[in-house]
Every structure is written in C-alpha cells, then in structure tokens.
Design a protein around this ligand. Structure first.
Ligand SMILES: [Zn+2]
Length: 94
C-alpha cells in the first residue's frame, strides 16, 4: 500500500495551486483560492521535496482536505478556569 493517508477531495486541481519558492517569504493569501489568510488562523502548509510551499485557508482545508478548524483558540485550554471571575453586576433596581 502506497496510498497517501492524506488525500484531497475529488476535483482538487494541483495546477491551481500557486506554490511559493523556497526563498520566498510566506504568503499572506491562500495558495489555492487567494483568500486572505486569517490572522491567528491555522493555515495548512504543504511543502514538497524541493522546499516549495503552499498554504491553504480554512475554507480550502475544509473543502479539499476535509479538515475541521473548529478551535478558534482563545489561549485557554478546555476546562481551564481563569484565576479570577469578574463579579456580576447586580441588576439595576427599578
Ligand atoms: Zn483557500
């Protein structure tokens, strides 16, 4: 078996991927659909053997690679309780 465990969806077109050269700075846009990569997002970055890389936005990750980006990281881990809780203001009296 040599089948890749990591497969793209049917219809994916490698020719539509704009690869960045090994010496080029990282791109700020999706290499497939040209969408702006979200600040703080998690682009999928692929490198080929020659060091060229392509970055995929979250929509393309979902569409073509079946990846779910459901964790919009707020810096806390699940179940992590902050050290202080803001006091709830009492409801205004009428
Ligand atoms: Zn994209």
């Amino acid at each position: 078996m040599t089948e890749d465990a990591f497969r793209h969806a049917d219809g994916f077109n490698w020719m539509a991927v704009s690869w960045g050269g090994p010496d080029e700075p990282r791109t700020g846009t999706c290499s497939y659909c040209d969408a702006e990569l979200r600040d703080g997002g998690m682009p999928l970055v692929l490198w080929n053997a020659e060091g060229w890389c392509a970055e995929f936005c979250e929509a393309c990750q979902r569409k073509w690679w079946g990846l779910q980006c459901e964790s919009y990281d707020d810096g806390r881990e699940d179940g992590d309780i902050p050290d202080f809780l803001p006091e709830n203001p009492s409801p205004p009296e009428n």
